[in-house]
Ligand binder design. Structure first.
Ligand code: DGT
Ligand code: CA
Length: 571
């Protein structure tokens, strides 16, 4: 997929224009386009070929032409000329989260920084705080930005790993000697980021599998090739390990290579206490093989309830399995509606009707349209006047569409003092209200915590969206006393959103679990801006499962009537 490449070029154009002091609207157009292309889960080359580029939010005629040029020729003349007009070190500096064009320019002029390592050295040697306009704090921010870049290079987001793994498993399944195939490792545990992809195959002819694997079109480099284990790098630099085992050992190997390591160690100790031994080949008693074909067989002999891969993090799951106290985890099919959707009325790409039709295909009983509120100008937030018209439009749609309820909602901005972007007399007219922070991320922990907990006190606020504000690989969560926020969620009956959007996945798993312990409820939503984003729901469900959540912990598992009652409960 060329999506990343195109997004990167647009982002850099935006940043160079910023250094050159260009028109802010022009800059923003590029940055916004970059963002929506990056979060697209469709192949941009395909959209270009089908003349569908304009479906992407923020892509007009000019940008569509530029995308076509990149897709067809691999480069963009306009960008190359622009790039030649600024020194390389400068663009590099701007790629560090937290360094804007102005700071980049100053740093470049004073310190002649050429790469990230230079910058890190200078920050560690405290050479930045002595520059005019810089402070100790800037130095810390820069180091944090560098750490983020390094971390993002080491681990990919789950959605990327899943898509890559699927490409490989789809190709490998075509080999007739493959008996079973399953991705293992952190991917199978659905960890939010993944370092490398582990795929497990059972076959009686491993050599044949290995030969095909290392020659797949996705492979750029072979790191290791052996009779039962091979490692390759894809064109995107992702490492994929393939192991082939005998069918008799598939379950045992799957258990072993799913991990996590600490979970495995504890499981082995539990087995040892029962006088048996487990390894990647099976379960043995005095060297006699007793089980190994299926994971289930091994659990059964150990008198453990089967443990879902998402729970295997050594967080008490083995103890719970022994006592038959594992949670009955939420499933994707439990979700009855999506509660956070953007339409063309703000920064979404589609009309209300298109969203409803797509939600019906998903089998949802209800959805909430939650466009932005007036203060979020970049996203074309709705004024009270436009919101009123939208509510009327939704009422019409509810007459037109049967079998699905469309809730008129809003994603209301939480202002810096915790007040909301719309007064109560407007919120009152809505069926569902989501509140979220969109700016002022740098406030102190105390301010941010107060700001959000205050918003939760409002009786019309049903949900706090993407509560921590983090963006995987791009932005750390803002300072927040999450414990206080979760307690407030319980106290006020406000639901915490699990954003299923791939680079958000926010609340994170451990906070979901804590929220559940405190008796708070969650809502899982996609924050869709494109119809294809509706498909991300499964990612949110993965987070919930890793957080030990059950159906009862998630509000949008309720059937329509009960859900409508629950929404009104706070009022
Ligand atoms: P990652 O790749 O860092 O996102 O995380 P994992 O969990 O996929 O780790 P990886 O790829 O190093 O290894 C895959 C699985 O293999 C791991 O989850 C558990 C198992 N494993 C790896 N090394 C060991 C080990 O030293 N002891 C045991 N018991 N299991 C191991
Ligand atoms: Ca791995």
């Amino acid at each position: 997929m060329k999506n990343k490449a195109v997004a990167e070029i647009f982002r850099q154009i935006g940043e160079i224009l910023e250094i050159q002091g260009e028109n802010p609207f022009r800059i923003r157009a590029y940055l916004r386009a970059a963002q929506s292309i990056e979060s697209l889960n469709r192949d941009i080359a395909k959209l270009a070929a089908e003349e569908k580029l304009k479906e992407i939010p923020g892509i007009g005629k000019d940008l569509a032409e530029k995308i076509k040029e990149i897709v067809n020729t691999g480069k963009l003349k306009f960008y190359e000329q622009l790039r030649d007009s600024v020194p390389e070190g400068l663009t590099l500096l701007m790629s560090v989260p937290g360094i804007g064009p102005k700071s980049a320019k100053l740093l470049y002029e004073h310190l002649k920084i050429r790469n990230i390592n230079d910058l890190e050295q200078q920050a560690l040697a405290h050479q930045i705080r002595i520059l005019p306009g810089f402070k100790e704090k800037t130095e810390e921010n820069i180091l944090r930005g560098i750490a983020l870049i390094k971390k993002a290079k080491e681990r990919m987001p789950l959605a990327v790993a899943l898509a890559t793994a699927e490409e490989f498993t789809d190709s490998l399944k075509k080999i007739k000697q493959v008996e079973q195939i399953e991705p293992a490792g952190s991917l199978r545990r659905r960890k939010e980021t993944v370092r490398d992809i582990d795929i497990l195959v059972s076959s009686r002819q491993p050599k044949k599998i290995m030969d095909t694997f290392t020659k797949l079109v996705q492979v750029k480099e072979i790191l290791a090739q052996g009779p039962t284990k091979s490692s390759v790098l894809t064109k995107e630099g992702i490492q994929v390990d393939l192991r082939v085992v005998q069918p008799k050992s598939f379950g045992a190997a799957l258990l072993y290579f799913t991990g996590c390591k600490e979970h495995n160690i504890k499981l082995r100790q539990m087995a040892a206490k029962k006088g048996v031994k487990i390894n990647e080949y099976g379960l043995f008693k005095k060297n006699k093989w007793l089980a190994g074909k299926k994971e289930q067989d091994i659990y059964k002999l150990l008198k453990l309830n089967p443990i879902a891969p998402e729970l295997r993090e050594d967080q008490g799951e083995l103890e719970a399995a022994l006592k038959a106290q594992l949670p009955e985890l939420l499933e994707l099919t439990d979700i009855k509606g999506d509660l956070h959707l953007h339409s063309q009325w703000s920064d979404g790409a589609h009309s209300l009707g298109e969203l409803v039709r797509a939600a019906k295909v998903k089998g949802y009983q209800y959805i909430a349209i939650t466009d932005h509120s007036q203060s979020v100008r970049i996203a074309h937030g709705l004024s009270p006047e436009r919101l009123k018209r939208q509510i009327a439009a939704i009422a019409k749609l509810n007459k037109k569409f049967k079998g699905i309820k469309i809730l008129a909602g809003s994603e209301v901005d939480i202002k810096s003092d915790g007040s909301l972007d719309f007064p109560d007399r407007i919120l009152k007219q809505l069926d569902l209200v989501i509140a979220a922070v969109h700016s002022g991320f740098k406030q102190s922990q105390e301010q941010l915590t107060q700001r959000i907990t205050r918003a939760m006190e409002n009786k019309y606020v049903n949900i706090i969206a993407h509560p921590s504000g983090r963006l995987l690989g791009q932005r750390e969560p803002y300072a927040l006393d999450m414990e206080a926020v979760l307690k407030q969620a319980k106290k006020t009956g406000t639901w915490m959103e699990i954003s299923a959007f791939p680079d958000r996945l926010d609340l994170i798993d451990i906070n979901c679990r804590r929220a559940k312990e405190l008796g708070a409820q969650m809502a899982i939503s996609t924050d869709s801006h494109l119809l294809s984003h509706l498909d991300y729901m499964y990612l949110g469900v993965s987070v919930a499962r890793r957080g030990w959540l059950e159906k009862k912990d998630v509000a949008n598992t309720l059937p329509l009537e009960k859900f409508l009652q629950a929404v009104k409960k706070k009022r």
